[in-house]
Design a binder for this molecule. Sequence first.
Ligand code: SF4
Ligand code: SF4
Length: 293
Amino acid sequence: MMAEGKRHRFRIKPPRRLVQLGVIVVLIGVPFYTQNPLEWSPSRIVLGHLPKPRVFPLSGDTWSFSIGGFTLTHPVAFIEEVLSSKVVYQPLLISALIPLVLTLVLGRVFCSWLCPVGFLLELNQKVNSLFRRAGLHLRVRIKDLRYTILALALVLVFFFAFPILSIFDPPHLFGRELMYIFTHGAVSLSGAGLLLGIFLLDLFFAPRVWCRSLCPSGGALSLLGARRLWRIRMDAGRCTHCGYCDEACPYGLEPMGLAEAKGFDWLKCDNCGLCRDVCPTGALSYRFDLKGG
Ligand code: SF4
Ligand code: SF4
């Protein structure tokens, strides 16, 4: 007989949204405050005589961020720096430790909780489904190329010290372009072009196609978090096979299959919790699992 089950009362999505919004507010607030565009005037912009930047205890973006001198570095930024310089600089290692440990334990939660582009793509899904209904959606399947792109990028970084990972890291580009807007009143063609391309891919091809198939940073975080301890788990006795979780998963991972212990692509799962939140019987929940897999 099916065990009685209820939807989880605590939903993960609201606090996740708050954190995602907080990141965007900080990414806009830091250059806005430091560059103070309220003091700009057209003549000053033309002559390049913008007011001096103000000092603020927060600086940087998701690639590397400082709070009053305490710096946190994205794990992929750390890898890129070490491979290009061939040196493990101790302060850099210390700044990357917390994000690295969080990724090892929680998986690629950076994508679901902190990435501003992932957040905007999540919001974009409503527009995406409108496009799909209007027949403007091209049904093209792109296989997972993240590891191939990542491997090529790492070779370029190692042999040529070419910072390609940062160039193709959308959250970093997002922060960088905001900084350009507030320092130069302009955006860069490459950065804004790539971000626009990602949104167009999302609109006309498949939801989250960049995140699921192309993002080298996401691929690196997937590999780092492959043995994560914090995982979505299924209480098969509670599952009614309604399929809501499969519909909710932005990567099409079909978490309902966990009830039958079918193969599940843990590497792609970013622990967003959307499947858990929609499950009407509470069959899906997060657990610390020391065994992994
Ligand atoms: S399986 Fe669940 S937690 Fe994992 S990505 Fe899909 S919806 Fe998010
Ligand atoms: S949402 Fe998914 S896990 Fe929950 S009852 Fe429906 S099929 Fe089962």
